[in-house]
Structures are given as structure tokens and as C-alpha cells.
Design a protein around this ligand. Structure first.
Ligand SMILES: Nc1ncnc2c1ncn2[C@@H]1O[C@H](COP(=O)(O)OS(=O)(=O)O)[C@@H](OP(=O)(O)O)[C@H]1O
Length: 397
């Protein structure tokens, strides 16, 4: 209250009359309330700025970030050189989780993973990259994707998407648009409208794992652009099938057992190839239809197993394939013991941990070893043909 008084004294050069003092008080109160209003608006718009960047993209979990309470404190990375790939492999070798080796994990690990699971993963469709680079968010144009992660379901597609979008030259749609399978009738303009804005130098990317097994998808994608780059994350088809079944069971607890669904006749070892969880893993059959429309050099296969044991190595190859500078390296990852998987180190611009959510890295349903062997036998010829075609042995047998 002293400030306006001093101000009036200095202007008038004497003691002001009572009316002036009242006016001065009134003016000061107005100024104070305006200042407070300004501060409140600043706080509110700080939040809604993120929402604005999400623009006209469809609703996305990441859009909830303003409303979410702050994430729980992040458990520190492993002691020592936590982010180093040797530490990652050594930790896995020490038996925290042997990816691909066993379809089960112990329950206490899962329970402990819960706080991490609540934390959503990556930036929203049009938010800042982990480097804090906002370029291309409000500027640039919505373009059709130049690259797609087309599969496979439960292969590790979310991990690849969230890891690659750290790259400043990649802008990715956070949700699965299902354009080339379910929404094709809506047209390319609808599809383009979903995409984040990109600068000329940036690649637009989306992922929908069901494309890989959609018979019309290769032709439709080629007709959008025959130069589209395709990424397929593949995983041991037996483990993939169990992962797929585990997911379905979590939504529909009353479905028949895995064994009942997987075999037409278990004792004769006749596998039911009409069951989606089995059919998706016959990779070579699906690949044939893609090769009718795309050159082999346009399709890059990521090993779902190595994505867990050596995320930086796999992401290095993805960056090469996309013609990007290798920016995502070892230093972006650490192995999170609680989650049992590699996670992104928190970006400098954010305090949020960056592990994938609880539907990624679930405890699998326990399946009889004999059933696993039968399925391994079943997939062997398909796998061998697949290795020959893509020129890489994924060592699932
Ligand atoms: N870093 C990291 N964190 C968590 N999970 C990881 C990671 N890398 C790969 N994976 C594996 O990704 C599997 C889920 O695959 P998708 O993302 O393709 O699933 S989905 O089709 O989109 O539902 C998921 O399968 P499950 O383990 O069966 O849940 C994981 O094994």
C-alpha cells in the first residue's frame, strides 16, 4: 500500500488530499488484481499449450497429461554405468528377465511394475520430442506417412514407435489409426488430417500392427505411395501367440484355454491355423503379399527379442533404414529392473519416466512345455522359409 502513496507524493510534491489517497488505493487494488489475473492465466495457458499442440489429432491418452498428477519418483537407473548396453545385457543375463526364453515372469516383478505402468509413454501426436525440440509442431504441414510400422501384433511395435519418435526428424502419430484395414473408406484426406505437422526434413510415421495380416493393406499402401518404407517387428511366433492370448484373456476371462484354441486335435498335433493368434505368426505367408507390391529393400525387420536385449542396436538399424542420422544411441536407454525391460532415460526437458505401459511386458499365461514344443515344430518350416526370404536367421528354433 505504500507504493502508490510514494508515487503520488513524488508527482504532486506535497501531502495529497484524502480523495486522492482513496483514488490511489483504488488504483493500486486494480493493478494488483490485474497482476493476479495475469499470473493465473499464465499458469492455465502453460497447460493448454500442450493441448493446443495436440491440435486436431484424435483424442489420445497423452493428451491427459495436464490433468494427471505428477508421476511417482523414478527409481534410479541401475548403479554404476546404468545406461550402458553391457549393463543391460549383464542384467538380463543375470536372470532379471530372459526375454523370449521363458514365457513367464514372476508376479512380484509385475506388482512392482505398477507405478511405472501408470505413466504414459511418449509425447502426444504433436508434442515436444524428448530433446525438447518443438520445431515442426505448430509449423509445417500434415502429410501422409512416409514410413509405417505395419506389424506384427505383440512384436514390440509400441516400443519401436516410442523409441524412434525421440528422433528430431521423426514425427509420429501416437494412436493406431487403422486406416488401411478398418477406416479405408474415410479416404486419404481423413487419414492425412490425423497426422502431426512435419517440416520438409521430417518423416511422418504411424503404427498399426494389424496391417501386416490384412490382405488388402499392401495394395492400398502402395497406391498411397509405392515408395513407402515399411517396418515389421517380428518375434518368436510361439511367444507372440502366447502374448496375444494373454492379452485377449485379460479382456475376456471366459475364453477357452490356449491349448483348446491352438489345436484342432492336440494328440495328433493338428494346429488350428484359423485361430488368429496362430495365423499371425506364419510370417512368410503374409510377407508374400507385401513382396508383390514392395521391393525387399523397402521392408525392414526388427527383431522383437533384440529390441529388448539391445534396443540401441536395433534402433540404430531402424534409423539407417529410414535414412536418419544415428541420434538414438545407448545413452537413451537403461534397463529398468522393476519393469523388467529397457526404458527411455527421462528426457532433460521432462521429469517423466518413460517406460511403456502395463499392457507391454505382461506376465504370460503358463503354457505346458509340450505344447510349446509342438508349436515350435509347427512353425519351424514357416520360420525357415521366412529367414531365407528376408536373409536373416532370427534363431527362434
Ligand atoms: N522396452 C519395452 N518395454 C515393454 N515391452 C517391450 C519393450 N520392448 C519390447 N517389448 C515387447 O512389446 C510387446 C508388445 O508388443 P506391441 O507393442 O507390438 O503390442 S501391440 O500389438 O501394440 O498390442 C510386449 O509383449 P509382452 O511381453 O508379451 O507383453 C513386450 O515383450
Amino acid at each position: 500500500m505504500a507504493a502508490p502513496h510514494r508515487f503520488l507524493r513524488s508527482r504532486g510534491g506535497g501531502v495529497p488530499p484524502a480523495g486522492s489517497r482513496l483514488n490511489a488505493r483504488f488504483a493500486f487494488l486494480c493493478t494488483l488484481s490485474l497482476s493476479l489475473t495475469y499470473v493465473c492465466y499464465s499458469v492455465v495457458f502453460c497447460c493448454s499449450g500442450v493441448m493446443t499442440r495436440a491440435g486436431s489429432s484424435p483424442p489420445h491418452d497423452d493428451d491427459k497429461r495436464c490433468a494427471e498428477p505428477p508421476p511417482p519418483p523414478e527409481p534410479p537407473p541401475p548403479p554404476g554405468n546404468g545406461g550402458h548396453p553391457c549393463t543391460l545385457r549383464a542384467t538380463l543375463d543375470a536372470g532379471v528377465r530372459a526375454p523370449g526364453a521363458s514365457p513367464t515372469r514372476n508376479r512380484s516383478q509385475h506388482a512392482a511394475a505398477e507405478p511405472w505402468d501408470r505413466v504414459h509413454v511418449g509425447p502426444g501426436p504433436e508434442s515436444t520430442s524428448s530433446d525438447g525440440l518443438a520445431a515442426g509442431q505448430r509449423y509445417g504441414n500434415k502429410r501422409l506417412p512416409g514410413a509405417l510400422i505395419v506389424g506384427v501384433k505383440k512384436g514390440g511395435t509400441r516400443a519401436v514407435l516410442e523409441f524412434i519418435r525421440i528422433h528430431p526428424d521423426v514425427r509420429a502419430l501416437g494412436t493406431e489409426p487403422h486406416f488401411f484395414d478398418r477406416n479405408y473408406d474415410r479416404g486419404l484426406d481423413w487419414y492425412r488430417g490425423l497426422m502431426p505437422r512435419t517440416l520438409d526434413s521430417q518423416i511422418t510415421l504411424e503404427k498399426t500392427p494389424s496391417y501386416f495380416v490384412t490382405s488388402e493393406a499392401p495394395r492400398r499402401i502402395a497406391s498411397m505411395s509405392p515408395e513407402t518404407k515399411l517396418i515389421v517387428v517380428v518375434r518368436n511366433p510361439v511367444t507372440r501367440a502366447i502374448s496375444d492370448y494373454t492379452q485377449t484373456l485379460s479382456k475376456k476371462p471366459d475364453i477357452p484355454t490356449f491349448e483348446e484354441l491352438a489345436f484342432k486335435n492336440r494328440s495328433l498335433g493338428v494346429v488350428d491355423t484359423s485361430w488368429n493368434a496362430i495365423r499371425i505368426g506364419m510370417y512368410i505367408l503374409h510377407l508374400d503379399s507385401w513382396l508383390r507390391y514392395f521391393r525387399p529393400s523397402q521392408i525392414h525387420f526388427v527383431s522383437g527379442e533384440r529390441l529388448i536385449t539391445d534396443p540401441a542396436g536395433e534402433m540404430g538399424r531402424v534409423q539407417d533404414f529410414l535414412g536418419l542420422k544415428r541420434i538414438i544411441t545407448d545413452k537413451h536407454f537403461y534397463f529398468n529392473r522393476t519393469k523388467g525391460f529397457p526404458c527411455l532415460k527421462k528426457p532433460e526437458s521432462s521429469s517423466q519416466p518413460r517406460c511403456l505401459g502395463k499392457s507391454k511386458g505382461r506376465i504370460h499365461v503358463q503354457i505346458d512345455q509340450e505344447v510349446i514344443e509342438q508349436l515350435r515344430e509347427f512353425y519351424r518350416p514357416f520360420n525357415i522359409k521366412f529367414y531365407e526370404t528376408v536373409g536373416h536367421d532370427f534363431r527362434w528354433d
